[in-house]
Design a protein. Structure first.
Length: 242
């Protein structure tokens, strides 16, 4: 007659049985993670040359309004002063950082400000690949994707995509639609003043107007116009200009 298994022997038999599903889940978790990362790398790398699709937010607004104005335009067909104006208004250290402006982040924390720390690259990541709204999940994804965009995209490409997907008024997306909507001109015909006014509506496009600016917005636009001229002279626009 076979001897009964001791308690120690039974434990040795049970433990491998319990560990198998855990190990199986661990293997598939890491396999899934590798697949997700690989897909993200391929997508981000592809968009360094290929036009990104319409953003999730554009789709939301199209469903809400029943329409949006949007047309992609190459940066070569946009007045250079427009790119300089956006950098002057939103991210003056754009050429000096790799996606995160540490100095601006520290300043925003010290001042208790909710604006001023987000770079153009971070905004491109949010608008192109993620959703609007404040959440830790979105911020974590934004932080993970920002270095990836900086790795695969040129600074010029980041500016080009930003200008094409930014919201300039309700239902008005991209510099092509914004130029015609506000001033009745194509993007290559924008004057320094018009470019500055378009740049200053970006933080609150539904509340601000580039064609009918308030006195405060006019002063801000004048400051941005000076800033755009300055970064053109001192070389801070070299990374995104031919």
């Amino acid at each position: 007659m076979a001897k009964k298994k001791t308690r120690k022997q039974r434990r040795k038999t049970i433990e491998p049985t319990l560990l198998r599903p855990i190990r199986w889940l661990q293997r598939w978790f890491w396999r899934f993670a590798v697949i997700v990362v690989s897909v993200l790398v391929v997508v981000v790398a592809g968009h360094s040359k290929l036009m990104p699709p319409r953003t999730y937010y554009m789709g939301q607004e199209a469903r809400r309004l029943g329409w949006i104005k949007y047309q992609w335009v190459a940066l070569d067909d946009v007045a250079p002063v427009m790119a300089r104006s956006v950098v002057a208004a939103e991210d003056a250290n754009f050429c000096a950082h790799w996606g995160f402006d540490v100095a601006a982040i520290r300043k925003a924390i010290d001042q208790g400000s909710k604006r001023g720390a987000s770079t153009l690259t971070q905004q491109v990541v949010k608008n192109t690949y993620l959703w609007h709204g404040r959440s830790y999940a979105r911020k974590a994804l934004e932080a993970a994707l920002t270095p990836l965009v900086e790795l695969f995209w040129s600074k010029r490409r980041i500016i080009e995509v930003y200008l094409n997907i930014a919201e300039f008024d309700e239902g008005v997306f991209g510099i092509h639609a914004a130029s015609q909507h506000y001033f009745g001109v194509t993007p290559d015909k924008l004057s320094p003043r018009q470019a500055a006014r378009l740049a200053v509506v970006l933080p609150a496009p539904k509340k601000r107007s580039a064609s009918k600016p308030t006195s405060q917005l006019r002063r801000r636009a004048a400051s941005v116009m000076d800033g755009a001229a300055t970064i053109g002279r001192d070389g801070r626009s070299d990374c995104f200009e031919d």
